[in-house]
Design a protein around this ligand. Structure first.
Ligand code: PGA
Length: 256
């Protein structure tokens, strides 16, 4: 955790979820009501097809709704893509950019991710900028170099603590059940904090840095209790409301 920074627990449903999953969104929206909501922010990023109905379901809930990606331009001939304006028009407030699955499946570069974050900002969306090393990069001792390059290239100059969240997601930990050690997470987050503070001064000190990659109810408290870890980006475990809520509630102890 970082002093005076409100943590964020975010769920990323990826390409999962139909109308049949709306009950899960409702359960999460209900479950995050209560005193903890004053101390911890919650966010769910369902597929784009559910965005509009999801925000309607969250009308009287502190649960925020976000998208998983946006196009880097405002509008135009880009069949199948979704603009930041369309996301904001659904009353969503956040968008994930540069997730490793987008970087791999769609060969997204740091420059493209940065352009996506910029257009998200122009539409008053909070950009959740994802970075992380592959297994080969970690084994080759290049983790911090990779994080430095990705952070510098993907986070726009206009980033503030209010409009940008960084998510550190080691690629080899995503969906695998593997997680880095507490010491490795602490090292990566301290490094990212120092880089952000150097570039953005006070805004960088207060910018949230989430950890993502196989966060589960059983390891949430250990991971989210680490210095400079300001929440979690949760994939698989966010699909079940009980698991997502158990991760969120790990902060009951951490903030006590
Ligand atoms: P996971 O995914 O929790 O299923 O590992 C995390 C993510 O990709 O954001």
């Amino acid at each position: 955790m970082t002093p005076n920074v409100t943590p964020l627990v975010a769920g990323n449903w990826k390409m999962h979820g139909t109308r049949a999953s709306l009950d899960q969104i409702k359960a999460i929206a209900e479950g995050v009501k209560g005193p903890l909501a004053a101390k911890v922010q919650s966010l769910l990023c369902p597929p784009a097809t559910l965005l509009y109905v999801a925000t309607a379901l969250c009308d009287d809930s502190p649960l925020a709704i976000g998208a998983q990606d946006c196009h880097e331009t405002a509008s135009g001939a880009h069949t199948g893509d979704i603009s930041a304006e369309m996301i904001a028009d659904c009353f969503a407030t956040h968008v994930i950019v540069g997730h490793s699955e987008r970087r791999t499946d769609h060969e997204e570069s740091d420059a493209l991710v940065r352009a996506k974050a910029e257009i998200a900002h122009r539409n008053d969306l909070v950009a959740i900028v994802c970075i992380g090393e592959t297994e080969a990069e970690r084994k080759g001792g290049r983790t911090l170099d990779v994080l430095k390059t990705q952070l510098a290239g993907s986070v726009p100059d206009g980033a503030t603590a209010a409009n940008t969240v960084v998510a550190y997601e080691p690629v080899w930990a995503i969906g695998t059940g593997l997680t880095p050690t507490v010491a490795d997470v602490a090292e990566a987050h301290a490094f990212l904090r120092a880089e952000l503070a150097r570039r953005f001064a006070g805004e960088g000190v207060a910018m949230r840095i989430l950890y993502g990659g196989s966060v589960k109810p059983g390891n949430a408290k250990d991971l989210m209790g680490i210095d400079n870890v300001d929440g979690a980006l949760v994939g698989g475990a966010s699909l079940k409301s009980e698991d997502f809520l158990a991760i969120y509630r790990a902060y009951e102890d951490l903030t006590a």
